[in-house]
Design a protein around this ligand. Structure first.
Ligand code: 6R9
Length: 587
């Protein structure tokens, strides 16, 4: 093993790791077995909600806690598997009563609440497509996603509705129902909306799960590309096979363990590993309704006896910044596995885990399109600090290069940089980009799915992240499209052109920086800069809006008129400017 290896925490007495021997697991694993292990039979029907909830009740585990929600004041609301089963059945019946047909898309714009669980799993149970929307989005990204997703039902709160949806509602011709989760009983319902709780109360708690199949679309997650609108990634009910298998093989979840995924349900991690996968393992999930706060997080880890914790580099870096004294104010004898996803996890953060908690963070790599973890440092044995780990059993992952003839070939020599590629065939692989078959087809070459990330693989098979192959920005774990931010900036009357890049940030990984070219005759000054910033925040939401805006007299363009973000980034970071032969104005 390399100098970067750090021992994982040993399994407690009486518990054996799902994956104890990596080589053996890779040899023996098949997806057919994984499906069988999950469903216990060869029924051609497969439904995510059934596997996540009904299956546990049917096994006699209905009284176990599925989730514990913790609010700002520390008040706990517990939900058993049986209770969850009943509320999901009610919501599935509500959809029927509203005349929402099978396959129609149901979205949430909610915080981390019990209602989100009910809607997500109830919609899946009814054979509808579930689409989570990030609650920190402003009206502009919401409008785009609600339209592109053909959303028919939106479940949200009155506050979110008034602030973000009411003003765009008239544009949403396909949106048939807006259901409001009241935050207090006396709150007035906005016009054109219906009370969620009342509908649920009137509905029956019996519902026959829709007879969905492996290939039926179940989930719609929006993700960002470099150009054009956000992409609607569709995952099928078969995704549950991979989400379950990896919840065991990577997160090592065992029944009745306490598990905390800190990801927001507006993004893929919050659904795959903050809802579906862990429930199929019959764990108790901790759901913190509040935003990040170091003291609060340590208290939750300690008081709730969290066994397995899945979090993200930005949060880990913020904990590091808050200092280990704070970590050491509590003890975590139950915590046996800490894992991370979403952005590069630097070796220092992994090692800090050892100093602060006596165990390393286990990095994992995957994407919305892959639907489940593809590369990981496993719970048993060693973590290689700074590396994303090795391919999950059942996954054929490689680093590839494009050949001169325009094909793709796997790179055999270790440590050579190329693009991460995966052999299609795992059950949670995306089934499409909604309404965009060309873009879907373009993600595959020569029998490989190309992930758009650059990496190298070492002699032992560990993948090391190098960077993105495109201009997409990852800030605090959120994937941000420069195009979407540029479009919002250009809606400001003073802006002629905008170009958006990610700049390094010690905590968030990357921060959004915008370069703005003003319309002729408009003078750049501080007041205008603040106005444009405010405009962007209002439209996009603070999580997506640029943190910095710089005025530029002439943005670098190619001869064909495309803005060269790469050049802006190189100049910003003082890197070599590369090939400028296509730059406008160059000889
Ligand atoms: C699950 C999720 C996917 C992109 C991915 C890559 C980056 C994810 C990473 C990582 C370095 C890791 N990413 N895990 N980069 N190390 N362990 O995050 O999905 O939002 O679609 O983002 O995130 O660039 O391609 P998604």
């Amino acid at each position: 093993m390399s100098e970067h290896s750090i021992a994982s925490r040993a399994a407690p007495p009486g518990l054996s790791h799902h994956l104890a021997d990596y080589a053996a697991a890779r040899r023996s694993f098949t997806w057919e077995h994984a499906r069988l292990a999950l469903t216990g039979g060869s029924d051609p029907r497969l439904n995510i909600a059934y596997e996540a909830v009904d299956r546990q009740v049917q096994r006699g585990c209905g009284v176990w806690l599925a989730a514990r929600f913790i609010d700002r004041a520390g008040v706990r609301v517990d939900l058993t598997y049986s209770q969850l089963q009943r509320s999901c059945a009610r919501f599935a019946n509500v959809l029927g009563a509203l005349g929402i047909g099978r396959g129609a898309a149901v979205a949430t714009l909610l915080g981390r609440t019990p209602e989100l669980f009910t809607v997500a799993l109830g919609a899946l149970k009814a054979g509808n497509v579930f689409c989570p929307l990030f609650s920190a989005f402003g009206p502009e990204p919401l409008k785009t996603r609600l339209m592109l997703g053909h959303i028919q039902v939106l479940v949200t709160t009155a506050t979110f509705y008034r602030r973000k949806v009411e003003g765009i509602r008239a544009l949403l011709g396909e949106l048939r129902q807006v259901l409001i989760v009241r935050e207090d009983a006396n709150e007035a319902l906005p016009a054109g909306t219906t009370d969620f709780a009342e509908l649920l109360r009137e509905a029956s708690e019996l519902f026959q799960t829709a007879a969905t199949r492996d290939t039926d679309v179940a989930l719609l997650h929006f993700t960002s590309g470099t150009t054009g609108m956000p992409k609607g990634v569709t995952l099928t009910h078969a995704a549950v096979i991979a989400q379950h298998a990896t919840s065991e093989l990577v997160l090592d979840l065992h029944p009745q363990e306490v598990y905390w995924c800190t990801a927001d349900p507006g993004w893929v991690t919050g659904i795959a590993y903050g809802l579906i996968g862990p429930l199929t393992c019959a764990v108790t999930m901790i759901v913190d309704r509040e935003e990040f706060d170091p003291q609060r997080w340590y208290q939750i880890l300690a008081e709730e006896h969290v066994n397995v914790w899945y979090t993200a580099p930005t949060a880990i870096r913020m904990l590091m910044k808050a200092g280990t004294e704070l970590t050491r104010a509590h003890q975590y004898p139950h915590l046996r596995l800490m894992a991370s996803v979403g952005e590069p996890l630097n070796a220092e953060a992994v090692i800090w885990g050892v100093q602060a908690f006596g165990q390393p963070f286990h990095d994992t790599w995957w994407q919305t399109e892959t639907g489940a973890i593809m590369i990981a440092n496993f719970a048993a044995g060693e973590v290689v600090a700074g590396s994303m780990g090795r391919a999950v059993p059942g996954i054929d992952a490689a680093v590839v290069r494009r050949t001169a003839a325009g094909g793709i070939e796997a790179i055999d020599s270790p440590d050579e940089v190329g693009e991460i590629a995966l052999r299609p065939g795992w059950p949670s692989m995306f089934s499409g980009y909604l309404d965009n078959p060309e873009r879907y087809r373009a993600s595959f070459h020569d029998g490989w799915y190309l992930a758009g990330d650059l990496a190298r693989r070492d002699r032992e098979g560990y993948f090391w992240f190098i960077g993105r192959a495109d201009d997409v920005i990852k800030s605090s774990g959120h994937l941000i499209s420069p195009f979407e931010v540029e479009s919002a900036l250009m809606q400001h009357p003073a802006v002629a052109q905008a170009a958006v890049i990610g700049i390094p940030d010690p905590i968030a990984g990357q921060a959004v920086k915008a370069f703005v070219e003003l319309k002729s005759g408009v003078a750049p000054d501080e007041a205008l800069r603040l106005k444009i910033l405010g405009h962007a925040r209002h439209l996009l939401g603070a999580a997506v809006a640029p943190r910095e805006i710089a005025f530029s007299q002439a943005l670098p363009r190619t001869r064909s008129g495309k803005i060269m973000r790469r050049l802006l980034r190189a100049r910003e970071l003082g890197l070599p400017e590369g090939d400028l032969s296509t730059l406008e104005g160059e000889p």
